[in-house]
Design a protein around this ligand. Structure first.
Ligand code: BG6
Length: 481
């Protein structure tokens, strides 16, 4: 029998989604376009992946989806608000029907005893702001984000305690051209992404202050994509590369949230590389105030990473995961004079070339807690795969169960070592669009019947993992059989 000690009393079990990946109704009931509507339409035209117009039709299925969450025993659900659904032009006139949708969703969750955990921004800036000033490229976004944050805190604050400002800021910075529609000129401006990162830090800080001001008992966090960086060998050069990667990819973002400061070695590197950015008078005070309102960190954990001393002369590049789900085909990240990614020979990869490493989750949880002493919640963790709907309506996904089981064990070990972990919200509550592989790559506990080419009726089916997770929740994480 696969048993661990039960989780602490009050630990929240649920799952996560994001608005543009599941809602659909992209232009319905007064919603205007956001950048993901546009980006995913381009991806559809280029690669044939499903776009956001229907996604997995959560907008019309939300009651059924919440009922399925309740059947699994969820006590939390992390979702995001689609900014251009509530404020179609980014700021100004609200859209009553869009505002009502999230009231209905939140009320439905609460009626089933499920705690809503709301992400303010999950990659979907209103196109109105992108067209006006290139999104995160302009300082104006800081004020507009604050306007939006204050609007939703006032609207939903009496019902929502947990707020996440920004999803995966480090990923947005790394893949700025894919997560933020920007002009060609900005794409080729090497300083753009770190200036945008600074604006995100200011926007985050102002939103965190708004949560504390406007939400009675409100708790504010942000969700970061988190991978531990292991050295490829014990050579001092590789160990230094791993330290560099941890600072550059992880602590640079966490120091900003937890402490309201910038990591000195990363700032020095950015300056050497000509990637430094403008900090105006008073900015660091705003970040410091924001840090005082930062209550918990959301962890999105899928994989660990391995790095070595960078090969001299290699140009800067981001990691490209494989798009075909057949193993291999991965291009590793390079940051000149800092680190170069490589395969970890000790770990098995998923078919989408993500190393499976439950111990890495324990590593990051303990490492972060020892450093910052603040609670954490898992906001994403999961196994993307090609699932098969059998003729009898079943879906057998033992690989997902195995993956999640191992990660729950790792969380348990971290808690034993003193980590304050308050929730587990794996990706995803039900199937939704992947950011990179359309609907073919699925993560949900509930199968949504549609393909990239045919939206069908988006009928819901329970996967084997649905029943397994229900039992995990019923035993507060004790029985992982
Ligand atoms: C996280 C994102 O990075 O990874 C999600 O917050 C995303 O939006 C998830 O869906 C899984 O990645 P992918 O590319 O397989 O969808």
């Amino acid at each position: 029998m696969q048993e661990v000690k039960a989780f602490p009393k009050g630990f929240m079990w649920g799952a996560a989604t994001s608005a543009y990946q599941c809602e659909g109704a992209a232009l319905e009931d007064g919603k205007k376009e956001n950048q993901q509507d546009v980006i995913n339409r381009q991806i559809h035209d280029e690669y044939g992946y499903a776009d956001c117009s229907v996604a997995t039709d959560h907008y019309h299925h939300y009651k059924e989806d919440v009922a399925l969450m309740a059947e699994m025993g969820f006590t939390s659900y992390r979702f995001s608000i689609n900014w251009s659904r509530v404020l179609p032009d980014g700021v100004g006139e609200p859209n009553p029907k869009g505002v009502e949708f999230y009231h209905n969703l939140i009320d439905e969750l609460k009626a089933h005893g499920i705690e809503p955990i709301v992400t303010m921004w999950h990659y979907d800036l209103p196109m109105a702001l992108v067209n006006k000033y290139d999104g995160w490229g302009s300082r104006q976004i800081v004020d507009d984000f604050e306007y939006y944050a204050r609007f939703i805190c006032k609207e939903y604050g009496s019902k929502v305690k947990y707020w996440l400002t920004i999803n995966e800021q480090s990923i947005v910075v790394n893949y700025i051209d894919r997560k933020n529609l920007i002009t060609k000129e900005d794409q080729f401006n090497p300083k753009f992404r770190y200036q945008a990162n600074h604006y995100m830090n200011l926007a985050h800080a102002k939103a965190a202050i708004a949560v504390h001001e406007l939400v009675p008992g409100g708790q504010c966090g942000a969700a970061l994509d988190m991978a531990p960086y292991y050295p490829a060998s014990s050579s001092p050069e590789d160990v230094l590369a791993a330290k560099n990667a941890s600072n550059f990819k992880n602590y640079f973002y966490m120091d900003a949230y937890f402490k309201g400061t910038y990591t000195p070695s990363v700032m020095a590197y950015l300056k050497r590389q000509g990637l430094d950015f403008v900090i105006e008078d008073g900015d660091m005070d705003i970040m410091k105030k924001g840090a005082e309102c930062f209550d918990f960190l959301g962890i999105n954990y899928y994989q660990s990473a391995c790095v070595k001393s960078p090969t001299p002369g290699l140009a800067r590049r981001s990691k490209q995961n494989n798009k075909i789900g057949k193993g291999g085909h991965v291009t590793y990240e390079v940051q000149p004079d800092l680190f170069e990614g490589c395969k970890n020979e000790y770990l098995k990869d998923t078919d989408f070339s993500m190393p499976i490493d439950p111990m890495g989750l324990r590593y990051v949880l303990e490492d972060i807690y020892d450093r910052y002493h603040k609670p954490m919640m898992i906001c994403e963790n999961g196994f993307g795969a090609y699932d098969k709907l059998e003729e009898d309506g079943s879906i057998h996904d033992p690989y997902r169960i195995e993956y999640i089981r191992a990660h729950i064990k790792a969380m348990r070990e971290a808690i034993e070592n003193g980590v304050e972990l308050i929730a587990y919200n794996p990706w995803s509550a039900f199937d939704l669009l992947s950011t990179s592989n359309g609907i073919a790559k699925r993560y949900g506990f509930v199968y949504v019947d549609r393909t990239d080419d045919d939206v069908k009726e988006c009928k819901r089916y329970k996967k084997d993992s649905f029943y397994w997770y229900k039992n995990v929740i019923a035993t507060n994480g004790k029985n992982l059989e």
